[in-house]
Design a binder for this molecule. Sequence first.
Ligand code: HEM
Length: 141
Amino acid sequence: MVRHTAAGRSIPIGTPAEGVTEEMIRELVITFYDRVLKDAELGPIFDRALPGRWSAHLAVMVDFWSSIALRTARYRGKPQAAHSGLDLAPEQFTRWLALFEETAREIMEPDAAEFFILRAQRIAESLQIGLGIGPKALHLP
Ligand code: HEM
């Protein structure tokens, strides 16, 4: 499958991210979840779900993105199950994606940002389908 970037170039969806490093992933995860925690809509959900487990969650998220971008296969979790008890709504996914997009564009080179944003959008879509809440604003190119 091929998706087109804003710049009009195409990226085959199974391709590892060029030029992405473990350090960049750590920075993305830390900056993004720092903003998530401060967000009026999303912060309370994470506060409730992860009391005392915040740094463990960040480590899992670094493994997750590292498995996707660098093919490290460190992530062995079950994202669908992790979100099923949270009673999430499509509007919250829209907010999550907007924050993620904003953060990635701010701290990464455009190609790398695009790589993470496209994958986050696809995963958000499949999580919502799995949760039976249907994707709303997807912003897919
Ligand atoms: C409304 C949007 C979202 C909310 C509120 C949310 C919230 C959460 C929470 C609270 C957890 C921790 C669950 C636990 O350990 O008890 C979690 C785990 C996780 N989330 Fe999300 N999430 C959202 C969207 C996403 C999206 C779009 C992705 C992927 C792009 C994602 C990827 C993950 C992964 C990989 C885990 C770890 C699951 C595991 O333990 O293996 N989440 N999320």
